[in-house]
Design a binder for this molecule. Structure first.
Ligand code: MG
Length: 394
């Protein structure tokens, strides 16, 4: 349980960082596609072959990198790989060229498109860190050298198969397990997982698959000692969740509904959740992620960092944010071998003794890109038939 920090200073306001400024000379986009080690099935879609756009911002002899995680289709949200390339190439990049690396206001001219903006925002933070010779964790004033992480397990054909995967992940060292659920794939699975793994911190992620009419099912889940139930109701909803939370002992965690610091503030004030899953991409980058963190930190609301199947670039950003003091629960940042083999960056490994991943310490994001792997991933993108996209993700 968090202490109440309502009277604390906004965390971002107590930071003192003297910036080193350079002029943005060039911005490159690398659309890529990579095979996931394991297909992820959720209540709404499958992921097995992921696109991404790697952004490179060149200034002052340094290169800052960020990543857009928009998918092939508008499945997770309205953004796609196509809208990302359009918004970055036609609007944001022309507005940024020739400006200084400290500016942050240009992306605010344009509505929406947080996944595209996040790529630019993270690249600017990476650049600032490299120009200053400081890690992002130190720029953000993050406090941890290692961050506690958990593993997310998708929907599989049978309960037995899922239990075997949980067993494998627990043996690897993960102590918090998240199971994706949907109506018909919920109470029996969770009850059996709870029975067989009584010491694992177990949680469920519904990805908006339920309505208030299914309250009896949610009440059954409420008896299973879950760490939280993530986003049970509507994709954009906060109000209905505020009606549900008082009827459950289990904390509700909001994920998809939280796009801005104001969303976090509203959800907390309405009592719609007791936990927030903060995704750097979904809120438009590190600048907003820091603000959402501050809202939760000052309200004493538990927080963790969610993942979007990022490459090592996006996951490095997630690790730096997960090291902030207001992140109180294990984050969805698994070791690289759960995602890509190989990744375009060096791998992150799990510290099995304490279910943690070590936060990179080098300047900026603290990861480097293997040029030949980036090129191979770009070739895979070029060779992927783009029409129809529906064959690539459902
Ligand atoms: Mg989720």
């Amino acid at each position: 349980m968090c202490v109440n920090r309502r009277n604390a200073l906004p965390y971002a306001q107590i930071l003192k960082v003297k910036p080193i400024v350079a002029v943005i000379e060039k911005i490159l986009l690398h659309p890529i596609a990579m095979q996931l080690v394991e297909t992820l099935q959720t209540s709404g879609w499958n992921e097995s072959f992921r696109p991404a756009v790697i952004v490179e911002i060149h200034a002052g002899g340094q290169v800052g990198r960020g990543e857009s995680v928009a998918g092939w289709t508008p499945g997770y949200c309205y953004e796609t790989i196509g809208t990302t390339m359009h918004v970055l190439s036609d609007f944001i990049i022309p507005a940024l060229l020739g400006k200084d690396s400290e500016q942050t206001a240009i992306t605010l001219r344009y509505r929406g498109h947080p996944l595209a903006k996040a790529a630019i925002d993270v690249a600017l933070w990476d650049l600032r860190g490299k120009l200053a010779g400081k890690s992002l964790a130190s720029l953000l004033d993050s406090t941890r050298k290692r961050v506690e992480v958990g593993v997310s397990i998708g929907i599989h054909d049978t309960i037995d198969e899922t239990l075997q995967i949980i067993d494998k992940r627990v043996k690897e060292g993960y102590r918090r397990v998240k199971l994706k659920i949907k109506p018909g794939w919920d109470v029996d699975l969770l009850r059996e997982a709870r029975r067989q793994f009584p010491n694992v911190r177990l949680m469920a992620d519904a990805n908006s698959a339920y309505t208030m009419e299914q309250l009896p099912i949610l009440k059954q889940m409420d008896t299973l000692g879950l760490l939280m139930i993530e986003q049970p109701l509507g994709y954009e909803d906060i109000y209905q969740h505020s009606k549900l939370q008082p009827q459950l002992e289990t904390p509700i965690c909001l994920d998809e509904s939280i796009h801005t610091p104001d969303d976090a503030r509203l959800a907390i004030q309405l009592g719609a959740c007791r936990i927030i899953n903060l995704k750097v991409s979904r809120v438009g980058g590190l600048s907003n992620a820091q603000k959402v963190h501050d809202v939760c930190f000052n309200a004493g609301v538990d927080l963790w960092i969610g993942g979007m199947l990022e490459t090592g670039i996006g996951r490095a950003a997630n690790l730096h944010v997960a090291a902030l003091p207001g992140v109180t629960l294990p984050s969805d940042i698994s070791a690289t071998n759960r995602y890509y083999d190989p990744d375009i960056t060096e791998a992150f490994t799990l510290n099995a003794e304490d279910s943690t991943i070590t936060v990179p310490t080098g300047p900026g994001l603290g990861v480097s890109v293997h040029p030949e792997r980036l090129e191979a991933a770009h070739r895979a993108f070029e060779e992927t038939p783009k029409t129809p996209f529906l064959g690539l993700a459902s």
